[in-house]
Write a protein that binds this ligand. Sequence first.
Ligand code: AP5
Ligand code: MG
Ligand code: ZN
Length: 214
Amino acid sequence: MNLLIMGPPGAGKGTQAVEVVKELKIPHISTGDMLREAVKQGTEMGKKAKEYMDKGQLVPDEVIIGVVKDRTKEPDCKTGFLLDGFPRTLPQAEALDVSLKEMGIKLDGVINIKVPREKIVARITGRRVCRSCGDTYHVENKPPKEAGKCDKCGGELYQRSDDTEETVNKRLDVYEAQTQPLLDYYGRQGLVLDINGDQAIDKVLQDILTALKK
Ligand code: AP5
Ligand code: MG
Ligand code: ZN
């Protein structure tokens, strides 16, 4: 299956994507994770991207489109993929269409996680991420067994540099202006699966898997 997972910052895209790909045995491709990895490695792309990310702005389309195109051509994508955080603009969606056409494949669905804006700030500011394995926690909603330490690998938990209240509001504005319109684009193609993301994490997953079976 070739899938997208969409929704505002903090909707739970990453949290759900990790479980969905286990179930479907396809790779999880998160452009946010790829960019953070480039920042960590100190690559040219990483240096450029960090300035945008810390301000809550999107990195330029020309930076990200080629990266995703190359990634979806890797052998592990032969059975499908779940794209998380891409596309985020109309030019990105159009570029993805061109690239899928070149590969002779189509999208099977767009998972759209819906969470009211007023719930999002608390989700984002309480998020903690493992520095070693990338596992995601929340100080209240999904606390690690031991504070500051990853359950899975014992790694140190940190707060993303774009997870401040100020930046979150900017990211939400950017989402509403630039990314939300893509739901019309995919809606016209009958691909959007609306999921209520304002429920327990397990329940959201169940709803996604049920929607995908239909
Ligand atoms: P990206 O990393 O994609 O960030 P985002 O879209 O802002 O989304 P988040 O990762 O913040 O949220 P999420 O939906 O994954 O939520 P999570 O599961 O972690 O992008 C970061 C930046 O990179 C962008 O701002 C941009 O600069 C750049 N970028 C990336 N892709 C780009 C592109 N294509 N083009 C241009 N620029 C790009 O959950 C959040 C928290 O809530 C966690 O703590 C979690 O434990 C908790 N939680 C999850 N589900 C629930 C639930 N059901 N109930 C209670 N708590 C929950
Ligand atoms: Mg994420
Ligand atoms: Zn870890």
